[in-house]
Design a protein around this ligand. Structure first.
Ligand code: SAM
Ligand code: MD0
Ligand code: SF4
Length: 350
């Protein structure tokens, strides 16, 4: 019965959301249960309508710099967890300078500085602050930091040196699932780090995984959980199994659940940045994610770079197709275009 009601309303959901309508848990349940192609198209259409209302055909472009793949943690889903015997790298200061030079004028709206919880930086966080400073001085662009759960003093210093966005994904708000994913890590510690960052004037990004054992109720918990943090950017990523990790044999999910959740995020967080990550299915996947209501392309790598992504759908592919030029070309073929930098600055000020 409930499901039927929500479906009848699906055609007008876009307008209703723009007028301020808020989804109930029953609406979420109904939307997460949608299966038929026709209904899903309606959902994507509603999400596009909301996205276009606030952002037009403009898309933001986020450059991904994974500057250290060393990590002291053992997340069950992550290739870079400390138990995995893999090759790792840590860029030198000089390599960071070179990367910045290559990025000048490339057209990015923001630079994402990501690392594993690398002991080298956690022992002496001023080393991390120095990197933020270098990138700010070289490029003058907004900076996102994704350093893991860093201490408050360091977050504050990074903010002073020009970091604008703090990305830290809870992965799930289902605490039992959390313990299986972020093995041995404090749930509250992650929530608190994001809260502190927000209080200090950062924009914050939260995110969840799907295809990782989350059912509908668990997903609703996570969607509601993200809402309590008042985030500026919200993401969902399909879990991609990684060789050498505890979840390497976990069934590979299709991206359908991710696309559905992207649309639902757009209906729940109409004005937020919502990523279309290249890390999961590349540029073809980007198109589907934008059509589901996303508005910022993430995991675009510096051209000719040997840097890694996080889930790396292309780890075994010979050619990588993750550069900004290919992204812009494809956006244009969809009738979308990169936003102006001042449009991004306006988002940061909201
Ligand atoms: N080490 C920092 C941390 O964990 O917060 C920064 C890296 S964080 C941006 C890496 C994110 O990528 C995780 O929070 C998770 O959401 C996502 N991720 C990692 N491994 C993944 C996988 N195998 N499939 C999909 N997403 C993954
Ligand atoms: C992405 N690989 O956007 C990146 C990463 C970290 N802030 C982002 C998960 O897909
Ligand atoms: Fe380390 Fe981050 Fe991977 Fe967890 S998700 S193992 S903290 S790099």
């Amino acid at each position: 019965m409930i499901q039927k009601m929500a479906l009848d309303e699906l055609d007008s959901f876009g307008e209703k959301i723009i007028e301020g309508f808020q989804l109930s848990d029953d609406d979420l349940r109904a939307l997460l249960s949608l299966e038929s192609e026709e209904d899903l198209e309606k959902l994507y259409y509603a999400a596009q309508k909301v996205r276009n209302h606030y952002f037009g055909n403009r898309v933001f472009l986020n450059c991904f710099i994974y500057f250290s793949t060393h990590c002291k943690n053992q997340c069950a889903f992550c290739y870079y967890n400390c138990k995995n015997e893999i090759n790792r790298y840590r860029l030198t200061r000089e390599e960071i300078h070179e990367t910045c030079k290559a990025l000048k004028g490339a057209g990015f709206h923001m630079i994402d500085l990501t690392m594993g919880e690398d002991p080298y930086y956690y022992e002496d966080p001023d080393r991390f602050i120095e990197l933020v400073q270098i990138v700010k001085e070289e490029l003058g662009l907004p900076i996102m930091i994704s350093p893991g759960v860093m201490d408050n003093a360091t977050l504050l210093k990074a903010r002073e040196k020009g970091a604008n966005f703090f990305a830290l994904y809870q992965e799930t708000y289902d605490t039992e699932l959390y313990q299986r994913l972020r093995v041995g890590q404090s749930f509250e510690g992650r929530v608190n780090a994001r809260r502190f960052a927000k209080e200090q004037g950062y924009c914050v990004e939260d995110g969840i995984l799907t295809g990782v054992g989350n059912g509908i109720e668990s997903t609703i918990l996570s969607l509601r959980g993200m809402k309590t943090n008042n985030p500026d950017m919200v993401r969902v990523m399909t879990f991609l199994p990684q060789e050498g990790t505890p979840l390497s044999g976990f069934r590979v999910a299709s991206s359908l659940s991710e696309l559905k959740i992207i649309s639902i995020l757009r209906l729940m967080f109409p004005k937020c940045l919502i990523p279309a990550s290249l890390d999961l299915e590349g540029i073809d996947g980007m198109v589907d994610r934008l059509n589901a209501g996303a508005n910022i392309v993430t995991s675009i790598l510096p051209s000719d770079s040997r840097l890694e992504g996080v889930a790396n759908y292309d780890r075994d592919l010979e050619e990588r197709d993750r550069d900004i030029k290919s992204v812009i070309k494809r956006l244009e073929s969809m009738g979308m275009e990169p936003a102006q930098q001042d449009e991004f600055e306006a988002v940061l000020r909201c």
